[in-house]
Design a binder for this molecule. Sequence first.
Ligand code: FES
Length: 164
Amino acid sequence: MKLIPSSVQDLATVSALIAEHRDWPGALLPLLHAVQEALGHVPDDAVPAIARALNLSRAEVHGVITYYHFFRREAPGRQVVQVCRAEACQACGGEALLALAERVLGCERHSTRADGAVTLEPVYCLGLCASSPAIQIGERLHARVTPERLQRLLGEAGVAEVAQ
Ligand code: FES
């Protein structure tokens, strides 16, 4: 992975979030969530400051970021499409939906399309197990997604040709 240095503004945001969270018990996960919420990802060059502030090693912080699929190390595309691959959705065609999303978006899972318009991420449970398969586009959850509906939703989100 190529490291793109964070902007001064992004690192200032990280510093402010460190100051806000550093004294919390078990501060690491809430801090990482806050950083990702603010920046869309947890930049690699924020890891040393986070480790120093929480009295952890860089390896410990890096280990947590890479252990949880939720955390991104690179900025996502302008739109994020998440397709659930956990058990209930898998049983209802989740993998086929993800493969279709790759084809329709022209972008592999865990990656951002070359034009920066969209990032495609497999995720592990969106909390809609009883209505699987589920996806999320931006902040919106969608349940019982069929292949036809997936294509339509991606078209409506402006990241794929609108299905006819
Ligand atoms: S398993 Fe897909 S939403 Fe829970």
